[in-house]
Design a protein around this ligand. Structure first.
Ligand SMILES: Cc1cc2nc3c(=O)[nH]c(=O)nc-3n(C[C@H](O)[C@H](O)[C@H](O)COP(=O)(O)OP(=O)(O)OC[C@H]3O[C@@H](n4cnc5c(N)ncnc54)[C@H](O)[C@@H]3O)c2cc1C
Length: 434
């Protein structure tokens, strides 16, 4: 490796990938490590779960993302620990030493101290999660179509989404569209109204943090699609076959957890105190206080915005931070002037509401309906990594939304579906309570 400094980037998400893309004009050796061999475009995961898009539409191999170049290595491995004293990272299959370390390992679901709820719910964080949820949705419909027991059918066709932030709202809208298109077109024995989607939220409104009037518009559109909104209703328990919320026992074969996130367990690895959401507080240049060789970015970093609140977990935040850290590292290596302190440029937030509808909360503009969807679609298409993906996504949107035809609904395997649903049976706990 000679005297070239070694930069190790942990995670090929929005943050890590941006560092790697920008760190090209230096003599540094760069190693990017991710536990997957692909970069995932999380903002479209709900469309994979609802059978609008396919896995390859929203994920791309990291090696293809980062064209081969002198000094660049891409590795697939899982981070197991970080030793700052010896400046090394322990992975499942190797140990690497670093001169600069960038940590961008993203976030996971948080169950507010009820880890037992993880096994009873579906989440929407990874390609695996979304594919598993899609299989569950399709199995529920197949089993309901084959059943003559009205109570069992009702249970199979009931879905609860916990958490009305952007992910929960987008997913509820996509599921509602799916039930209207796929069910109406192809399951003669099921009426689309038989599919019950309940969105449960502890706060008195949906999409906290977004413009209130836009959020009201989103709530109205969800209700129009048949989604039942339970606001101001914290979930008290998650059972084998449903949830208890606001004292009500809502029976549902499929419960999807979109209520909370927490950063990957990096604070322990770095030997620092975690902040809210397990995030790690960083300095103005996004390095760890007292350790200028280590940077923490994206969903892992706790950075205060100009309004005094922590920056949200958004792809735009992660990308801007990745760009900034690349500049800081290049300046340090080349001995040039350091960039000014990191400042997030807020370009707003958008939430899709299914077929040709969205809301867009931009700094100087509030959009809703089709115009907002058009903007959402253009921005997301623009952020997808390659032309092939853009083409397929546009085609799949046309097919799903214009032709009102759901995407491919192939149940590849029931393997790994240890849930009772794979056998078409209710869980014993529900039979007892029924
Ligand atoms: C369903 C959903 C919808 C969203 N919608 C939007 C949206 O509409 N707009 C928006 O701006 N943001 C959205 N977000 C948030 C956005 O995706 C995140 O803020 C962004 O991905 C954060 O980037 P990151 O690089 O910090 O983490 P990530 O993009 O999550 O990348 C982390 C990487 O680290 C890897 N990794 C994790 N642990 C390990 C380990 N131990 N070893 C090796 N590798 C590891 C992962 O495989 C992953 O590739 C959404 C998120 C979700 C889940």
């Amino acid at each position: 490796m000679g005297s070239a400094p070694h930069v190790v980037v942990l995670g090929a998400g929005f943050a890590g990938l941006e560092v790697a893309r920008r760190l090209h004009r230096t003599r540094a050796q760069l190693t990017v490590v991710d536990r997957h061999n692909y970069h995932l475009f999380q903002p479209l995961l709900h469309e994979l779960a609802a059978a609008v898009l396919q896995p390859a539409d929203i994920a791309e191999a990291v090696r293809r993302e980062l064209a081969p170049r002198e000094g660049l290595s891409v590795l697939m491995d899982e981070v197991k620990g970080i030793d700052r004293a010896s400046r090394s990272v322990h992975f499942a299959h190797r140990t690497l030493s670093y001169d600069y370390l960038v940590v961008g390992l993203g976030a996971d679901s948080s169950y507010f101290g009820h880890d037992e709820w993880r096994a009873r719910t579906f989440s929407l964080k990874s390609l695996h999660d979304a594919s598993r949820l899609r299989h569950r949705l399709l199995l529920a419909l197949e089993n309901a179509a084959a059943s003559s027991d009205p109570a069992l059918r009702r249970w199979l066709l009931s879905f609860v989404v916990v958490g009305a932030g952007a992910s929960g709202v987008q997913l509820a809208a996509a599921l509602a569209d799916f039930s209207r298109t796929a069910v109406a077109a192809e399951y003669r024995s099921i009426a689309s109204e038989d599919v019950a989607i309940t969105l449960v939220e502890a706060l008195p409104r949906i999409l906290a943090g977004m413009d209130e009037r836009l959020a009201e518009d989103a709530a109205r559109r969800l209700r129009q699609k048949g989604v039942r909104l339970l606001l101001d209703t914290p979930v008290e328990d998650v059972l084998e076959g449903g949830v208890v919320a606001g004292g009500e026992h809502i029976e549902a074969a499929t419960v999807i957890w979109a209520a909370g996130v927490e950063a990957a367990p990096i604070a322990g690895w770095l030997g620092v105190e975690p902040g809210p959401g397990r995030r790690v507080e960083v300095g103005a240049d996004l390095s760890l206080p007292g350790d200028p060789a280590v940077f923490v970015i994206g969903d892992n970093a706790l950075v205060t915005g100009e309004d005094g609140k922590p920056l949200p977990g958004l792809a735009a935040v992660a990308k801007q931070q990745g760009r900034h850290v690349a500049r800081v590292i290049m300046s340090r290596i080349e001995g040039t002037a350091l960039p000014p302190a990191f400042r997030y440029r807020d370009r707003g937030a958008m939430v899709s509401l299914g077929r040709f509808a969205a809301i867009a909360d931009l700094p100087r503009l509030k959009l809703r309906g089709f115009l907002a969807w058009l903007l959402w679609a253009v921005v997301h298409l623009g952020t997808l990594v390659n032309a092939r993906q853009r083409l397929f996504v546009v085609w799949n949107w046309m097919w799903a939304h214009l032709a009102m035809k759901p995407g491919a609904r192939i149940i590849v395997s029931q393997e790994g579906m240890s849930e009772p649903l794979a056998s078409g049976e209710e869980p014993a706990s529900r039979r007892r309570s029924a």
